[in-house]
Write a protein that binds this ligand. Structure first.
Ligand SMILES: NC(=O)c1ccc[n+]([C@@H]2O[C@H](COP(=O)([O-])OP(=O)(O)OC[C@H]3O[C@@H](n4cnc5c(N)ncnc54)[C@H](OP(=O)(O)O)[C@@H]3O)[C@@H](O)[C@H]2O)c1
Length: 281
């Protein structure tokens, strides 16, 4: 008997896909979101920045989708609020979407590892899904030249074992549907290695390496709208890929899915295509 599953971040890309996968498999699953809509979609209001308002009553398994995009203290406080509420409200098992072990050098790794510590100390049953970087992210981080004739990046020749969000969502659903089987397990969910040149090749354009200094300069000087924590975070991704720290593969993802993982190149190419400038003929 699995009991009710609640997936947080239900209006985000990963959370919505995990919830859909659970429901498609017949699970008793609801969502939690800062924007729950009118209450008819099986989504509960849930905002980690409002700890007193978190209601996990009736939830047996919590899929805690990380709520990043902020400084470490805010992210860890969000996750601590969710874990505290899980303990208080009688949740039995928490599935946390963390970061691949190879990502320890990344600027946002600490918040994930701190959350893993919180879970281990909580007394709850848990599973940690150490997600690799998204193929969507990799493609989206390639920068087009103004005329759309080529892509540029600071990834150099480095490869990323990129993974599609769809695969990660399905893996989360597989684990949440049978939590007892995955209790106390840490899964490394990475895909297959791709490079910026691979993406550029499929797009039929050249890839130009711009180096880390030029990349950081562009982030600081030419990328409006970035929050203060984001330039160092993005530069940390570039240097980790560039120097081969995120290229390693691992069997956990295909073992969980029971099938080959999606081709990350297709997804990265689609993401890069979506940002290509339209140049008048
Ligand atoms: N592995 C990677 O390459 C990678 C890349 C980017 C991000 N991430 C991490 O993975 C998470 C999921 O990725 P995604 O693609 O689904 O990102 P996304 O589409 O931008 O969604 C962000 C998620 O954060 C949730 N969230 C933000 N603030 C929250 C709060 N105060 N309380 C509760 N939930 C909050 C949102 O939930 P609602 O909007 O439904 O409230 C949403 O699910 C991200 O939040 C980030 O931590 C991983």
């Amino acid at each position: 008997m699995t009991g009710m599953i609640l997936v947080t971040g239900a209006n985000g890309s990963l959370g919505s896909a995990a919830l859909a996968a659970l429901r498609a498999g017949g699970a008793d699953a609801i969502g939690g979101s800062r924007t729950p809509g009118d209450g008819t979609t099986g989504i509960r209001r849930l905002d980690f920045d409002d700890p007193a308002g978190i209601d996990l009553t009736g939830v047996s398994t919590l899929v805690l989708v990380s709520a990043g995009y902020a400084e470490d203290d805010q992210v860890v406080a969000r996750h601590a609020a969710a874990v505290d509420a899980a303990v208080r409200d009688g949740v039995r098992h928490v599935v946390y979407t963390s970061l691949a072990g190879a990502g320890d050098h990344l600027g946002f790794a600490l918040a994930h590892r701190a959350t893993e510590r919180l879970l281990r100390a909580s007394g709850l049953s848990w599973t940690i899904l150490r997600n690799g970087l998204y193929a969507e992210l990799f493609g989206g981080l390639l920068m087009w030249s103004a005329d759309g004739a080529g892509v540029e990046s600071a990834f150099g020749d480095g490869a990323l074992a990129a993974v599609t969000r769809a695969d990660l969502a399905e893996a989360a659903a597989v684990v949440a549907a049978d939590p007892a089987r995955h209790a106390g397990r840490v899964y490394e969910l990475v895909g297959t290695p791709i490079t910026a040149a691979d993406v550029a090749g499929r797009l039929g354009v050249p890839h130009r390496d711009i180096g880390l200094g030029e990349y950081r300069r562009r982030l600081l000087d030419e990328t409006p709208g970035l929050l203060p924590f984001q330039p160092p975070m993005l530069a940390s991704i570039a240097t980790a890929v560039r120097h081969g720290f995120l290229a390693g593969t691992h069997p956990d993802l295909t073992d969980l899915l029971g099938r080959p993982s999606d081709d990350p190149l297709d997804t990265a190419v689609a993401a890069a295509s979506a940002t290509r400038p339209r140049v008048a003929a």
